[in-house]
Design a protein around this ligand. Structure first.
Ligand SMILES: Cc1cc2nc3c(=O)[nH]c(=O)nc-3n(C[C@H](O)[C@H](O)[C@H](O)COP(=O)(O)OP(=O)(O)OC[C@H]3O[C@@H](n4cnc5c(N)ncnc54)[C@H](O)[C@@H]3O)c2cc1C
Length: 389
């Protein structure tokens, strides 16, 4: 819905904040939390409800590393940078546990396992194993069905698996809500408030045009992920929205013990309750149709996901509802974090690709700390807008 000149109040909220955060997903809520803990006067502006974007629509994998194997990541980022990313995601989960995520009903300690369906990827896992061992990371290389019956291994699809034993899964909505509950009353949280433009007014700070009137702040942290470039046009082409789709499947008697990534991270699936499973991925079935910001579904992708589910869970599997979410891809599959210019009034923290749950909490926290003058603590492979200029 658009808002007319007359409906738009002159000024909304009636005072100037030190920092305005745009976006109420994992990144925005984590940023607002850190700001409030540092005693900063902050408002959080979210277009819909908290966790209404990708943060409420994902698979809830809290995984060490990224979707591709360690060997592939070392090739992409360099060996040291890959190790740094692996440690960063370990630190993210440790920090979330410190926040109390372990008490949430949807949380479970569950290994995440990369599964190779072909010899090429299996070879990649063998190379990864050598490198992980040398770099001091704990892992398991699995080439035979586990003792407990597991539908993936019964399906004979898996050739080899590389397992992170200390990972976890969660309900991402619960996780964002838990972090948001820490904001207390000191943070001015405004949902159903869309930011339509950001003006850098020099020494006068920033002015955010919103669907409910202007909001003024000294600085803004844009945590809008897939929607970043609508507010920060200079990042157009650098943070690209792409849809991810998932499907719910029921299969009595089937079991998946781990959170699985297959086909080089292109597909992912796990059990969410007895007899209930979620499957995601298969974007390559319809790459052109999956560009953009919608959260709808397309039959081409949903059919492939269900086909995969049946191969793993058996012919008795029945199809439930599907959903989509807007993800934000960058050239190196890592977020872009930092100030948009030397004045440092407009900051971004977005472009998490498929890793926002696995690294979003401490990445947004680090973004805020840097904004407040602390040294940059992000992994070296995480780019700043200045690196991309
Ligand atoms: C299907 C799917 C499966 C995934 N699985 C996993 C997984 O298992 N593990 C993992 O680590 N990651 C996963 N991801 C990725 C992960 O969900 C994202 O990286 C993460 O949620 C990004 O968080 P965010 O806060 O940056 O973005 P979002 O959660 O998208 O938050 C951005 C928020 O900004 C708001 N917003 C946008 N524009 C405006 C505006 N103009 N004004 C006000 N508000 C605005 C949006 O409404 C939204 O709430 C998955 C993603 C999808 C879609």
């Amino acid at each position: 819905m658009t808002v007319s000149y007359w409906q738009r109040a002159e000024e909304f909220l009636g005072r100037r904040f030190e920092v305005a955060v745009v976006g109420g997903g994992i990144a925005g809520v984590s940023a607002a939390l850190e700001l409030s803990r540092r005693g900063v006067d902050v408002c959080l502006l979210e277009r819909h409800g908290l966790a209404s974007g990708a943060s409420g629509r994902n698979a809830g994998f809290l995984m060490r590393g990224v979707a591709e194997s360690y060997a592939a990541a070392a090739e992409r980022y360099g060996r040291e940078a890959a190790a740094e990313l692996w440690r960063w995601t370990e630190a993210n989960l440790a920090a979330l546990r410190g926040e109390g995520i372990g008490t949430l009903p949807g949380y479970a300690e569950r290994g995440s396992t990369l599964v190779a369906f072909d010899d090429g990827e299996a070879g990649d896992f063998e190379r990864s194993a050598v490198m992980l061992r040398a770099d001091g990371f704990e892992f398991e290389l699995i080439d035979a069905p586990p003792r407990d019956p597991d539908s993936l291994w019964s399906s004979s699809l898996a050739r080899l698996a590389l397992r992170n034993p200390h990972d976890a899964v969660c309900s991402p909505v619960e996780m964002v809500e838990m972090l948001a509950s820490g904001l207390g009353t000191s943070v001015c949280v405004q949902t159903h408030t869309e930011v339509t433009a950001i003006e850098d007014r020099g020494t006068d700070g920033v002015a955010l045009e919103t669907s409910r009137g202007w909001v003024r702040a000294d600085r803004v942290m844009v945590c809008a992920n897939a929607w970043t470039s609508a507010l920060v046009p200079r990042l157009r082409g650098m943070i690209e929205p792409k849809r991810g789709q998932m499907i719910q499947v029921a299969a009595a008697g089937a079991a998946l013990h781990d959170a699985y990534y297959a086909n080089r991270g292109n597909e992912y699936f796990r059990q969410v309750a007895p007899g209930k499973f979620i499957f995601g991925g298969w974007r390559r079935a319809e790459p052109a149709g999956e560009a953009g910001l919608t959260d709808g579904v397309r039959a081409e992708v949903q059919d492939r996901l269900f086909e995969l589910a049946r191969r793993i869970l058996g012919d008795g599997a029945s199809r439930g509802g599907g959903w989509g979410g807007a993800m934000a891809f960058t050239a190196n599959h890592l977020p872009i974090v930092g100030p948009m210019n030397a004045h440092g009034r407009v900051w971004v923290c977005g472009g998490f690709t498929g890793h926002g749950m696995s690294m979003g909490f401490i990445t947004a926290r680090a973004a805020v700390r840097e904004m407040l003058g602390d040294p940059r603590e992000l992994p070296g492979a995480v780019m700043s807008p200045a690196d991309l200029a």
